[in-house]
Design a protein around this ligand. Structure first.
Ligand code: ATP
Length: 433
């Protein structure tokens, strides 16, 4: 983990937030490469679960919602972590994260457990007395329930169908830790899938298969993934059944995403609190009912972290150590680097021209600094799948070499076929070999 965190900082994937002020616990910034990486994760998710499907539509709702949303959803009452404090060092811990009954930091005595609501409060309004207290959303899904009727009456969808949303969520986590695994500001990729109760098991199975396929599709190693079924007695207040996908991080197994059967809890609760009917009217069958909801709920940061961990490899090549990030090409932040063998002899200009053409379609990079071997290594370290080298033969016959990051093999292809070569390999429509 230490090596990865240091690479992420050094190469511009992820930095501590507010670093020059000493940082702020639980908040992270995605640098130039990190923003591309996480964007690819979110875009690939959207591509697979929204664009390719005719039964899911998208939504981008506001982060701040009416305070009653959080009363109806049960968050004001139930969104608690049970915490204990150390009487000696004053550190606070989530009780369910403790192994013994003394402070893991100093061995001190712990207080009695108490409930701590982890929603972040905020005030909306310009004057002190008219401001309304509300919350930064702790999950993206509530707006999907609240907008359920607006979406289905405006989009010609019919049960079974889903609404997907990607966006920020906030939780005042007691112990943010393990890099971006548990932070206070993070991004979720959530779907609420509305179906008939009679079909819930069939859809649950299908969702499990689709979720599994997506994690394999972004390149994660299958043996590092597993399902965890929550025992009935520890299910959240809204859930009939929950399973999690877990990934084996360097710090142990951790949840990547949940899949919960939320039944009719949310639509019923919001109907009651708002006084607005959120049932679904099935016109062909002349039938009105409250659909059952299945919720695949993933974290964009956790998926990104798993992808970073899985990609990290150290190897020895001709007696030298090489660090290579083996990202799936569709997830890699830079798709191709264009490198002139040397700067002189018109090669730099030729390479720059090629790179300018390619960047209209792909995220590319141009570099002429240092020996070619060093430039290849730099691209390996940030996971660029292809390096295109412009050399003296290019001037003669118009061909370039394409070096494959993983095999390090090179092939010569005509310069005007590079775009088609990349097109076949780096798009979201490319699944794993
Ligand atoms: P945990 O038990 O780890 O606190 P959770 O079960 O409360 O997680 P959910 O409420 O099911 O998490 O949220 C759905 C997804 O959102 C999680 O699977 C995870 O990917 C992501 N997520 C939740 N909390 C955080 C966080 N603090 N930091 C980063 N991602 C998070």
């Amino acid at each position: 983990m230490e090596k990865l965190v240091s690479l992420c900082k050094r190469k511009g994937f992820i930095f501590q937030s507010s670093g020059i002020y000493g940082g702020i616990n639980g908040c992270w910034d995605f640098g130039p490469l990190g923003v591309e990486l996480k964007k690819n994760v979110k875009d690939d998710w959207w591509y697979n679960f929204v664009q390719l499907r005719d039964d899911i539509v998208g939504l981008d709702a506001s982060i701040i919602m009416h305070p009653d949303v959080w009363v109806a959803s049960g968050h004001v009452e139930e969104f608690h972590d049970i915490v204990v404090d150390c009487k000696a060092c004053k550190h606070r811990f989530r009780q369910d994260h403790l192994e013994g009954d003394t402070c893991p930091d100093c061995g001190g005595e712990l207080t009695e457990p108490k409930a701590f609501n982890s929603m972040l409060r905020t005030r909306l309004g310009v004057s002190d007395d008219s401001a309304v207290e509300t919350f930064l959303r702790p999950e993206t899904c509530q707006s999907i329930f609240v907008d359920f009727k607006d979406v289905y009456s405006s989009s010609r969808v019919s049960v079974p169908f889903g609404i997907a949303q990607v966006g920020k969520s906030f939780r005042n986590e007691v112990n943010p830790r393990n890099f971006i695994f548990r932070s206070r500001e993070f991004e979720q990729m959530e779907i609420e899938f509305f179906c008939r109760e009679s079909e819930e098991e069939e859809w649950f199975d299908r969702w499990q298969a689709d979720i599994w396929a997506w994690y394999l599709g972004v390149g994660l190693t299958e043996s590092k993934l597993r399902w965890y079924e929550h025992p009935k007695e520890s299910l959240a207040h809204y859930s009939k059944r929950t399973v999690d996908v877990e990934y084996e991080f360097p710090f142990g197994w951790g949840e990547l995403q949940g899949l919960a059967n939320r039944g009719t809890f949310d639509l019923t609760a919001h109907s009651k609190k708002s006084g607005k009917d959120l049932s679904f009217f099935d016109q062909p069958n002349n039938e009105r009912f409250v659909p059952t909801v299945l919720e695949p709920s993933a974290g964009a940061d956790r998926a990104t972290l798993a992808i970073l961990c899985d990609a990290y490899h150290e190897e020895e090549v001709k007696g030298e150590k090489r660090v290579v990030m083996r990202f799936h090409p569709k997830i890699a932040p830079i798709k191709a680097a264009v490198l002139p063998l040397v700067k002189k002899g018109g090669l730099a200009e030729l390479a720059q021209d090629l790179e300018k053409k390619l960047r209209r379609k792909f995220n590319t990079y141009y570099d002429h600094g240092g020996a070619i071997g060093r430039r290849y290594r730099r691209m390996d370290e940030v996971g660029t799948p292809y390096c295109i080298c412009v050399d003296f033969d290019t001037k003669e016959d118009g061909t370039v070499t394409v070096r494959d990051r993983d095999s390090m093999e090179q092939e010569r292809i005509p310069m005007d076929e590079v775009a088609a070569f990349l097109e076949k390999r780096v798009g979201f429509d490319q699944q794993r070999d």
